[in-house]
Design a protein around this ligand. Structure first.
Ligand code: SF4
Ligand code: SF4
Length: 183
């Protein structure tokens, strides 16, 4: 008899605990129902990168003095600087310059230490390719001016802060509208 009562007590305690956990789960679910979506409808919507975003590096051939500081400060020696010595003027002449964005970690060291400021980080982040060799940008590819998300009229832009700020809770209105439209 005593063991039956103990067994019933244990069963009741476990049932109460399970109900409490279920209730807690529902509270979390209800809390999320009240939030805006965190996702955006890429590629129809794109976030506007922040001012200090570290995207594809822009290179200015004419400014480069082939000092190779960028190579020395790069943690993976990514930039390849090809130059020749012009003995008549006792100066290096840059022949070619390339950065492999397939291995670059966008740390910004090369940009930071370049003495002539011929490197700068852009807001370009769509660098995926089908062939990894295409990620190796020569001076022509890296000298191309960056595409600005905000100037592309075919897509809807989403300020990055609007879906990340405020405790990462509120989402952004654009994606809610898009989701509702899809419904
Ligand atoms: S640090 Fe700047 S100037 Fe020197 S080789 Fe690199 S890109 Fe050219
Ligand atoms: S951003 Fe960093 S990893 Fe990429 S090339 Fe410059 S120094 Fe190297």
């Amino acid at each position: 008899m005593f063991s039956m009562v103990t067994g019933f007590q244990n069963y009741s305690q476990r049932a109460i605990r399970a109900a409490r956990y279920t209730g807690q789960g529902f509270v979390v679910t209800l809390d999320h129902l009240n939030r805006l979506p965190m996702t955006i409808q890429y590629p129809y919507e794109k976030p506007i990168p922040s001012e200090r975003f570290r995207g594809r590096i822009h290179f200015e051939f004419d400014k480069c003095i082939a000092c190779e500081v960028c190579v020395r400060v790069c943690p993976i020696n990514s930039p390849v600087v090809d130059w020749e010595l012009k003995k008549s003027i006792r100066k290096k002449r840059l022949k070619s310059y390339s950065i492999d964005f397939g291995v670059c970690i966008f740390c910004g060291n090369c940009v930071e230490y370049c003495p002539t400021n011929c490197l700068s980080m852009t807001e370009e982040y769509e660098l995926s390719t089908y062939d990894r060799h295409e990620s190796n940008y020569d001076q022509i590819a890296s000298g191309r001016l960056p595409l600005s998300v905000s100037q592309d009229s075919t897509i809807q832009t989403v300020p990055s802060s609007s879906y990340l700020s405020k405790g990462v809770m509120e989402g952004h209105p654009n994606s809610r509208n898009a989701t509702h439209a899809a419904d």
